[in-house]
Ligand binder design. Structure first.
Ligand SMILES: Nc1ncnc2c1ncn2[C@@H]1O[C@H](COP(=O)(O)OP(=O)(O)OP(=O)(O)O)[C@@H](O)[C@H]1O
Length: 617
């Protein structure tokens, strides 16, 4: 087969990292994405010169998951800074400090991986210097603070943060930054006495073109395959799951031919670490849910009772608790919540959990019935009651629901003229059919729902006050999706397979980046909108994984106006809105500064200023 090498210009547009080597293993092309993924190019905020560690230098380290680094430390290496932790396990979070090759005993703090907390912090003082290290699992950053200088790093799967202070001056002589494996700056290498590179404030890049691939990369399986492929030892492959510099990636290898001669090979790297990250986060949510459930042990029945009502956030558990209580007695209920939050589904769940679950559940959408037909639809009519009526007469919804539940959705749209009749029947459980003279007695539960502010409607004279008090005996408020965004994982897990089945397509997964986009959005249409967006994405996505570009949602100003925090100077509010927009877009572009500036049409100085502000928040 004949392959043409992609031109440089084109490769810079690619979403995948691309590395091309000739048959001698010399790197001829290394696109921007590959540099970014491997950390060949990194942006540093502070400078330090090239150097190596010396006896009595102070080492401060913060490992999110000990032992997960390639070439990383082993427990025995920690002894070099006076730390002895024989029970330290792979994956534990480790915060520690100590002096290199000194007799002094270092200090450490360890958190096992299955203990769930939001922050893990260690504060200390060493030789009069205040140090503080912290892992924030929610925002996924790890930070070391020396006096008041903060070194923060955001991570996907793990990060090993290190700062070294000079024994005499106590100045920072080394700090860890992204891409440390490519820069050969793993702590193990440093503690073994190897030199670390100089860092310049701004963009730092390792020269890779015309270097041998093994000068830049270790001889891992994938790099070995690349060399073998360029030498025709293997033909290549597509989409193999592998690790490159600790990043989970799908790797594709192809030979490059000129005529019939093999002149090299290229490696395409598709970063899937974010997907893994989403998995990890999902797992954390599940674990938190488990803890929450344990905390609510006494009432655990209701958590299990409504499996159709997906979500385990605190606020939804509270809804389930109330709904469980409500299902156990025959009182009328009012369900409040924005459109698409699941009011209908909740009403049905309550009916199904009640003693009368095998009796009818009748759902009526009040705004779909013309006012002129409302009475006959609700209460039925006798034969010949009016022209055009059914000869035999008809049962109304109240009679149909007898013994079970009548669910009146959109009660806020109930015509004013009919409200008094509704009040009567709710109070007395008795009514007359249209054209009838016999009062009919029913025994049923009435659940009403609305997305309107009924209190306001009462004030404005649109809704009868007496009816409002009658139906507001037991209100349940369903929170909007944006206020229980942790439920997004379970909802997607529930909805996606159903949508795929319905459409008749293969099951799809969702990328971590897409989940981030979903989480950043405000979901004015709630779960109904989420269903629609996912369905559209399934239709647009030709592969197995839904990417953020398949999600047709926009993070607009409209999404953020629904706030009650404006009682302060306008300038402050505007600043925080601006910050929020920048943060959203920055996260949306996967922390791509260039893209963020392009989208927002802002200058570099402004973006950097705002990012700094975000970091300090
Ligand atoms: N917690 C949930 N778990 C699973 N699906 C849900 C949940 N909440 C809502 N849905 C789904 O979202 C869609 C909208 O829900 P539903 O019709 O119950 O909302 P609603 O609040 O009654 O909306 P409206 O006010 O517009 O009538 C439905 O397809 C429903 O199945």
């Amino acid at each position: 087969m004949k392959y043409q090498l992609l031109t440089k210009d084109f490769s810079e547009f690619m979403n995948e990292g691309l590395i091309y080597i000739d048959k001698n293993g010399i790197i001829k092309e290394y696109n921007e994405k590959a540099k970014e993924l491997i950390g060949i190019k990194r942006s540093c905020t502070r400078s330090h010169s090239k150097g190596k560690i010396n006896k009595n230098d102070i080492v401060i380290l913060a490992y999110t998951s000990f032992g997960y680094d390639k070439n990383g430390l082993e427990e025995k290496d920690l002894k070099k800074i006076g730390i002895n932790l024989p029970n330290l396990k792979k994956g534990d979070t480790l915060l520690a400090y100590g002096k290199y090759e000194s007799d002094e005993i270092g200090k450490s703090k360890v958190k096992e991986s299955d203990i769930l907390i939001d922050n893990f912090i260690m504060d200390a003082k060493i030789d009069g210097i205040k140090i503080s290290s912290k892992v924030n699992y929610l925002k996924r950053f790890v930070e070391i603070k020396v006096d008041n200088e903060k070194y923060r790093h955001y991570y996907n799967n793990f990060f090993s943060h290190v700062i070294i202070l000079d024994k005499d001056s106590k100045e920072i002589k080394f700090y860890q930054d992204g891409g440390y494996t490519a820069w050969k700056e793993d702590l193990k290498q440093i503690l073994d006495g190897n030199f670390y590179h100089e860092k310049k404030n701004g963009c730092n890049e390792i020269e890779v073109i015309n270097k041998h691939i093994l000068d830049i990369h270790d001889k891992t399986e994938i790099i070995n395959d690349l060399i073998n492929c360029s030498q025709n030892e293997i033909v290549g492959y597509k989409g193999k799951k592998s690790k490159i510099n600790g990043i989970d990636a799908l790797c594709t290898l192809k030979q490059v031919m000129r005529g019939s001669e093999i002149i090299g090979a290229f490696l395409l790297i598709n970063d899937i670490s974010r997907l893994r990250n989403a998995e990890v986060q999902k797992e954390m949510v599940y674990k938190k849910l488990k803890l929450a459930k344990e905390a609510l042990k006494n009432n655990s029945e209701y958590a299990k009772l409504f499996p159709k009502l997906i979500g385990s956030s605190q606020s939804l558990l509270e809804v389930k608790r109330l709904a469980y209580k409500a299902s156990k007695f025959q009182s009328n209920l009012l369900i409040l919540g924005e459109s698409g939050t699941g009011k209908s589904i909740l009403a049905r769940c309550i009916h199904e959990a009640s003693a009368n679950h095998d009796m009818p559940f009748i759902e009526v959408n009040c705004n779909s019935i013309p006012e002129s037909l409302m009475e006959s639809e609700l209460f039925g009519y006798e034969k010949g009651a009016f022209t055009g009526a059914n000869q035999k007469g008809k049962k109304g919804y109240f009679e149909m629901a007898n013994g079970g539940t009548l669910f009146l959705d959109e009660i806020g749209d109930f015509p004013k003229g009919m409200q008094v009749k509704l009040l009567h029947v709710i109070q007395n459980k008795k009514f007359f059919k249209v054209g009838g003279d016999k009062e009919i007695q029913v025994n049923l539960r009435i659940i009403v729902a609305t997305n309107r502010n009924l209190e306001k409607d009462v004030k404005n004279g649109i809704f009868r006050e007496d009816l409002y008090y009658r139906i507001n005996v037991f209100p349940i408020h369903l929170p909007p999706l944006r206020d229980r965004i942790v439920d997004i994982y379970e909802l997607i897990e529930f909805l996606l397979p159903r949508i795929c089945n319905r459409i008749g397509t293969n099951q799809k997964h969702i990328s971590g980046e897409a989940i981030n986009k979903i989480k950043a959005y405000h979901w004015p249409g709630n779960i109904r909108e989420l269903e629609n967006v996912l369905e559209r994405a399934v239709n647009l996505c030709e592969d197995k994984t839904i990417l953020s570009e398949h999600l047709k949602i926009k993070i607009t100003k409209k999404n953020i106006v629904n706030r009650e925090e404006y009682l302060r100077p306008l300038k402050e509010t505007m600043n925080s809105i601006e910050l929020e927009i920048i943060e959203n877009v920055y996260n949306y572009t996967n922390r791509d500064k260039k893209k963020t500036m392009e989208i927002l049409k802002i200058k570099k100085t402004k973006l950097y200023e705002k990012i700094k502000e975000l970091k300090n928040n």
